[in-house]
Write a protein that binds this ligand. Structure first.
Ligand code: S6P
Ligand code: ZN
Length: 195
């Protein structure tokens, strides 16, 4: 993106920006070890290595003062009882916040901080979701039919720490059970786990 003020239109149908610099695609294999039901994950993998979500980023220098923005699209579906979700991460610079705006669909944001607080906050269409500094975050598509599409904005020097979540998971899981969206404790969560 240019080094002067600019605007980019989002498609009214899909929410995807008409111009973007980076296109990240995450498939089933990219979330290895992240879904709680390993058997259901392996069964899903026996089919197609399907797309779980895509990110369309407008790039800016990763320096303090700049902001990174873009749009993520999470496809609907279940792996076992667990909804399709993002990998989730802490920001490497822990004291950086982030803001999401839900453009389409319905979701939930799973969040926790190193102090042990955790929250699962609904993200209905049209809502702003604020992630304070220090809170890891994972977006979950809680619809079985619709895509979850949201815009994100965060400080460009934040960086991403994926490793902590990859090894310990989140404390809470968002599941579909008996026709309802429920939040349960993650039985496999453990601080500093390294398997
Ligand atoms: C970046 C921001 C989003 C996510 C994206 C995919 O700080 O939170 O752009 O990167 O939604 O999630 P993840 O966990 O794969 O980066
Ligand atoms: Zn983030």
């Amino acid at each position: 993106m240019p080094d002067f003020p600019f605007s980019v239109l989002l498609s009214p149908e899909t929410g995807i920006p008409e111009q973007y610099d980076n296109h990240i695609q995450r498939r089933l294999t990219d979330l290895h070890g992240q879904f709680s039901n390993q058997e259901a994950y392996e069964a899903a993998l026996a089919g197609e290595n399907r797309m779980l979500y895509e990110v369309f980023e407008l790039s800016r220098p990763h320096t303090p003062g700049e902001l990174l923005t873009g749009v993520s699209v999470i496809y609907p579906g279940l792996i076992g009882e667990e909804f399709v979700m993002t990998k989730g991460h802490f920001h490497e610079v822990l004291e950086t916040a982030e803001c999401y705006y839900c453009l389409q669909g319905e979701g939930a944001m799973v969040m926790e901080n190193p102090e042990g607080d955790c929250e699962v906050v609904p993200m209905p269409e049209g809502s702003i979701l604020y992630i304070p500094p220090r809170w890891a975050h994972r977006a979950v598509n809680t619809s079985l039919e619709e895509k979850l599409v949201f815009l994100f904005i965060y400080p460009a020097h934040s960086g991403h720490d994926y490793g902590t979540i990859e090894s310990q998971g989140f404390r809470k899981l968002v599941l579909y059970r008996d026709g309802e969206v429920i939040v349960v404790d993650n039985p496999r969560w453990s601080a500093g786990k390294s398997e």
